[in-house]
Design a protein around this ligand. Structure first.
Ligand SMILES: Nc1ncnc2c1ncn2[C@@H]1O[C@H](COP(=O)(O)OP(=O)(O)OP(=O)(O)O)[C@@H](O)[C@H]1O
Length: 328
């Protein structure tokens, strides 16, 4: 970008954005601004962000505007979403929890640390986009759902990451978590399934405020979920609670509800472990179809969106009331 172009764009910014401007870059038609949001509350930050976006959208040579907010004093808390085994819907839960929290007015970012199957780009409809770096830190990719995202997929070619050794994976996770998340009060982290190096780095280095454990109602998944809970507990990370996913299948033809994987197992397991049960997300074809199409069900209407909204409310309340557990 020429200096003239940068100066031209700066001149379009409203005064408050111009005074708070840390950096402005344009690459491939995408303008990326970093603004200092020190001292602003979340609604003032949103207003500043919207004003800066509006001022630059439509400017010559600018097809897209991204705004990253930096603030020294935003207290950011990490909620890790984990599961004992793969395929239980952990990524789907993480996306929709983040989207539902954003709908409830929280400033949320999403880190896709699932090295073995990074899927957040697809789930949030941001496939093919690459993050830029400012001051050697990654700038999260904005999504249509108000949830910026950084994914392991952004740091590797498809299929490559799975061959990484532990230290490389841990290094990549560090880059994702140390991105420009300054505007986010809550970072949802979609962990890989199981209890390996990435999870350990997460616990040791970034100390999540809490962990949400996802399980299906099957016995085997529940045993693995119990192991995941133990890992977090040993690492001193409080468990927010357990979510039972793929619970109860409502036949789209007759409406009868059946339980292909059993019922109530996660609730019972949570009780045994003396943990909170956060609720059930039904097994529903529309959840898979909408998710695959990059349309998080939590952004829609109806019972699926409601189930995620209920979960987000509980996690939000836990953070509001229970955060002292994580930050003694
Ligand atoms: N409640 C649900 N109803 C229907 N389909 C679901 C539901 N939850 C998840 N799925 C589907 O199940 C598949 C696995 O989900 P997802 O990728 O979220 O699992 P995961 O636990 O993150 O897996 P992995 O560990 O392999 O990344 C996806 O196709 C997803 O759309």
């Amino acid at each position: 970008m020429s200096n003239d172009q940068a100066e031209g764009l700066k001149a379009l910014l409203p005064q408050e954005a111009a005074t708070r401007l840390q950096s402005l870059r344009v690459a491939d038609g995408r303008a990326t601004l970093v603004l200092d949001a020190t001292g602003l509350d979340s609604s003032a930050r949103s207003a500043l962000e919207a004003a800066a976006k509006q001022a630059l959208s439509g400017a010559e040579g600018v097809a897209e505007v991204r705004v990253a907010m930096m603030a020294d004093k935003v207290e950011r808390r990490i909620i890790a979403v984990g599961s004992g085994k793969g395929g239980v819907g952990k990524s789907t839960l993480a996306t929709n929890l983040a989207v539902a929290l954003a709908r409830q007015g929280r400033k949320v970012g999403l880190v896709d640390a699932d090295i073995y199957g990074p899927s957040q780009a697809r789930l949030l409809g941001t496939e093919g986009q690459r993050p830029v770096a400012h001051d050697s830190k990654l700038v999260p990719i904005a999504s249509r759902w108000g949830v910026p995202v950084l994914s392991m997929a952004h740091l590797s070619d498809p299929g490559q990451a799975i061959a990484w050794r532990g230290p490389m994976a841990a290094g990549a996770l560090t880059q994702l978590l140390e991105g420009h998340w300054d505007g986010a009060e809550i970072l949802i982290v979609d962990l890989p399934p199981g209890t390996g190096d990435v999870q350990l780095t997460m616990l040791q280095k970034f100390k999540p405020a809490g962990a949400v454990i996802v399980s299906t109602p099957q016995d085997l998944a529940l045993m693995d979920a119990t192991r995941a809970m133990e890992l977090f507990e040993k690492g001193g990370v409080p468990i927010v609670g357990v979510v039972e996913n793929m619970a109860g299948y409502a036949c789209p033809h007759c409406g009868e509800v059946s339980d292909p994987f059993g019922a109530g197992g996660a609730e019972a397991a949570a009780k045994t472990m003396n943990q909170t049960f956060l609720g059930r997300i039904p097994l529903d074809m529309s959840i898979r179809l909408d998710s695959d199409a990059g349309q998080p069900p939590a952004a829609g209407e109806g019972p699926q969106a409601q189930a995620f909204a209920d979960l987000a409310r509980k996690v939000g309340e836990w953070l509001d009331g229970g955060a002292s557990k994580a930050h003694p």
